[in-house]
Design a protein around this ligand. Structure first.
Ligand SMILES: [Zn+2]
Length: 839
């Protein structure tokens, strides 16, 4: 399962080079390679699985008339037509095909989803008509269909067999999702199943619609995120979704928890509804000079429900499984179809586990294309979170790892390095995660390594890893002389710029430890990767884009100029992910804004503190760039803030909006949300005005170290620390703030005008007028006002409360102010979201 994780992408429009010219992302392999390992004998040999793969429709039809079938917020009305049930497997019916005249409606149980859906339907309620649909289920839907049988002698119309085989082909060859694995889980569990999915040939919107219900959490049936190479985007723990996968309408139109969970106040993005958890991984991995990866993974799982027999796992499709061995050294059956098809990996246990029972199995696998050989001793790890059998990012697990790489190369992996030796022609290292991690990974190559410590006392080992030799594609782009110019053929300023990466780590680890508390990883490796357009962060391991290591002249030659400060921010942003996304994780795409937004805001603290001796120009530019992202129009001429709230995360990508919206929304707006919190908690009476903010952040980090936290978890901690001034709702809650900025889409505009006069006593009086506009009528905010003196001091005067689209105008005395006032400024620290005009 894939999503863009702990990442900072360039704002794509400034990349002069096309994506094909400058290495930007892993490509999914398109052709069979010659040395593909053969699948093991136990692959796909489970008889019940084979029955599902070759399942057919029963002959007799069930005629229905005005039959209503409800599944959560979705309602099917079959006006007239015929169902054909599938043959039973293990005594269970797993689907049916309908042909005839029918409709489908969906009414999301929450306002955020109703609003987003209505954006896609252009304000209409969602209603679809269809003449054919394929249903797959394990929830006993066949009983409802049989009960609805009408005495209707009209003969069946439509080609049910054709429709069924079309959907089977689509799943295998186009969507590449092995639905049979999911059905097999329920068939072999001995428990009642709850899966229900409909593939609807709609007439109004699209012929490619999917309505999905899954107690283990739904997935998207197509790649949502352009950067990802394969496989679905997890919508779990949400259980209900509706999506369209044709290019014009592509997107997850709606997704939510069971309506009953909202009704009971139990809908929660921390919910763990998978059938099992991975407790521990012991990974022994060998990587050859040609980037062939061979792995032995010992995986310990624990069942979270009764009847766990089939384990769906995530493994990069070109990594082919040879054998899976059970606890008694027996060969276990497993599932993995060809790499260009629905190659989902799953293990079949010898018997069903009860809730709480554990089992350990060993997977032997190998393949090309999970890592790309980029030339010059540079390697690009394509499979970042599924180079081993996993259940996806954010499921905290401990790892013991051994890596064998070619001699003369160096590897940086997640966790603590216990040992490094040279054995024969191999470099062998051992690693221990020490604490549970959201993911495990590595970066390696013909790296030069340097090591240091943070400037202050923070106990941390800092390392840099970079390859002075450029990858082949950079050489090709810039001619045989390399991009180094006067630095000589084929060299880059890599090693020089590695010092910049080290210095950033030395400063950032101190700053973030001071602001947020200890991260559990006592080591951080800043490493170079060959992708030019994004950086990424894994526990103890940062991947910096290769463009970071080019100087501005070289970047200019590559038309990779940097008007939006990308290279200023990418290092501090990725380091901050050690806290946001790793120390404190997230379980749902709904909460990913915390990881990205908090990393952005952390970078602004970094910029502010290292620049503050001079001036705050870089800091103000950072926030101006964030506003630029929020205000930039996508290909539909829509601004990111208008498309949806930050809690929709990467789901905001749809066929209409293009791919830029999540990057333009959750990063900057998420950053602003924490920024506003920081300044609302500002304590002018303390020597350290951030003291209360730091206390709150320390508690948040401490409470959620090595585990997931949701938006609501953060809100609860904030409510412990909120000041009386912040209680704009009058109920000691931050509902008003979350409703407006986290769950809402308003982007306010402010105009602040002021003048000075002197009163009879000779004190300076400020006359000001402040206007809030472009907001809903109930939108409220506290606008901080600051006075700047002629000697450069900035003092917070207080906050002006505004509700709705209106102005306030008043006078106040600056009596007692030390120094001569130069000007009064609203939101001096860019501490209010929106466009602010100060006069
Ligand atoms: Zn990020």
């Amino acid at each position: 399962m894939h999503r863009i994780l702990a990442c900072l992408l360039v704002a794509a429009s400034f990349v002069g080079l096309s994506h094909s010219q400058l290495k930007t992302r892993p490509e999914q392999p398109q052709q069979k390679s010659e040395d593909e390992p053969t699948a093991g004998a136990k692959a796909n040999n489970e008889p019940l699985y084979q029955q599902l793969r070759h399942i057919a429709l029963q002959q007799e039809g069930i005629h229905v008339k005005d039959f209503t079938l409800k599944r959560d917020a979705g309602t099917f009305v079959f006006k007239s037509g015929t169902f054909r049930l599938l043959e039973p497997v293990n005594g269970k019916i797993t689907g049916a095909v309908f042909t005839g005249d029918a409709s489908f409606t969906i009414k999301p149980p929450i306002e955020v989803e109703r609003r987003y859906l209505s954006l896609l339907t252009k304000g209409q309620p969602f209603e679809e008509e269809f003449a054919g649909a394929v249903f797959r289920f394990t929830d006993g839907a066949e009983e409802e269909i049989k009960k609805a049988a009408a005495n209707d002698s009209s003969s069946a119309s439509g080609d049910a067999n054709g429709l069924f085989s079309e959907i089977q082909q689509v799943l295998r060859k186009k969507l590449k999702e092995n639905l049979d694995v999911r059905l097999l889980e329920d068939i072999m569990s001995g428990q009642p199943g709850g899966k229900f999915v409909a593939f609807i040939k709609g007439k109004k919107y699209s012929e490619k619609e999917v309505f999905d219900v899954d107690p283990h959490g739904v997935i998207s049936y197509f790649p949502v995120v352009p950067l990802q190479h394969q496989a679905p985007f997890p919508l779990a723990p949400e259980e209900v979704s509706f999506m369209i996968w044709d290019l014009d309408h592509l997107g997850i139109w709606t997704s939510f928890h069971y309506a009953a969970e909202y009704a009971a106040g139990k809908a929660n993005s921390d919910e763990q509804n998978g059938s099992f958890a991975i407790e521990h991984q012991k990974l022994d991995t060998t990587i050859s000079k040609r980037a062939f990866l061979t792995g032995i993974a010992q995986t310990k799982i624990t069942a979270l429900t009764d009847g766990v027999r089939v384990l769906p796992l995530d493994m990069y499709p070109t990594l082919r499984v040879e054998t899976v061995t059970g606890e008694d050294h027996q060969q276990l059956s497993f599932i993995q179809e060809p790499k260009l098809d629905d190659a989902n990996f799953a293990v079949i246990l010898p018997k069903a586990l009860k809730k709480g029972e554990s089992y350990t199995f060993t997977t032997r696998y190998g393949g090309k294309d999970a890592i790309s050989d980029e030339g010059g001793g540079n390697y690009f790890p394509i499979a970042r979170d599924n180079w081993y059998p996993s259940v996806g990012f954010g499921h905290y697990t401990t790892y013991e790892m051994t890596f064998h790489i070619p001699k003369g190369m160096k590897i940086a992996a997640t966790g603590k390095r216990l040992k490094e030796t040279e054995e024969g022609d191999e470099n062998v290292t051992e690693w221990d995660s020490e604490v549970p991690q959201a993911v495990a990974g590595f970066n390696f190559g013909k790296f030069k390594r340097a090591e240091s410590k943070p400037f202050r006392e923070t106990a941390y080992l800092l390392e840099t890893y970079a390859n002075p030799e450029p990858p082949a594609f950079l050489n090709a782009l810039t001619g045989a002389g390399g991009i180094g110019g006067e630095m000589g053929a084929g060299t880059m300023s890599t090693l020089e710029l590695m010092k910049k990466a080290m210095a950033e780590a030395q400063v950032a680890v101190d700053i973030y430890t001071n602001y947020f508390g200890d991260a559990p990883y006592k080591r951080l490796a800043m490493t170079q990767q060959t992708a030019g357009n994004f950086g990424q962060s894994w526990p103890g391991l940062v991947y910096l884009p290769i463009t970071y290591f080019l100087d501005s002249t070289q970047r200019h030659t590559l038309r990779f100029d940097d008007p939006r400060g990308y290279f200023t921010v990418v290092g501090p942003h990725e380091i901050a992910h050690q806290w946001w996304g790793h120390t404190v994780g997230f379980n749902s795409y709904r909460d990913q804004w915390i990881s990205e937004g908090f990393a952005e805001m952390s970078a602004s603290i970094f910029i502010q503190l290292i620049q503050s001796q001079k001036n705050l120009n870089e800091y103000h530019k950072f926030w101006a760039d964030e506003r630029w992202l929020l205000n930039r129009e996508d290909n539909q001429h829509r601004k990111a803030y208008d498309v949806g709230p930050v809690t929709l995360g990467y789901r905001l990508i749809n066929g209409k909006s293009g791919g830029s919206v999540p990057r333009d929304l959750i990063y900057p707006k998420g950053g602003y949300i924490l920024q506003m919190v920081r300044y609302m908690l500002r304590n002018e009476r303390s020597n350290d005005p951030d003291i209360d903010f730091k206390k709150m952040m320390h508690e948040f980090v401490k409470t959620y170290t090595n585990r997931i936290a949701s938006t609501e978890d953060f809100k609860a901690i904030l409510e412990k620390y909120m000041t009386r001034e912040m209680d704009l709702g009058g109920n000691h809650k931050m509902d008003w703030f979350f409703d407006e900025y986290v769950y809402g889409t308003d982007y306010p505009k402010y105009k602040f005008e002021h003048s000075f006069k002197t009163d009879a006593a000779g004190d300076t009086i400020v006359h000001f007028k402040l206007t809030q506009s472009n907001v809903s009528d109930t939108f409220r905010m506290l606008i901080p006002l600051y006075v700047e003196t002629t000697d450069g001091a900035v003092i917070r005067l207080g906050g002006a409360r505004l509700v709705g689209n209106r102005s306030i105008e008043q006078d106040f005395s600056l009596k007692g102010l030390k120094g001569k006032p130069k000007r009064v400024v609203a939101a001096y620290y860019d501490d209010v979201l929106g466009d602010i005009e100060n006069r």
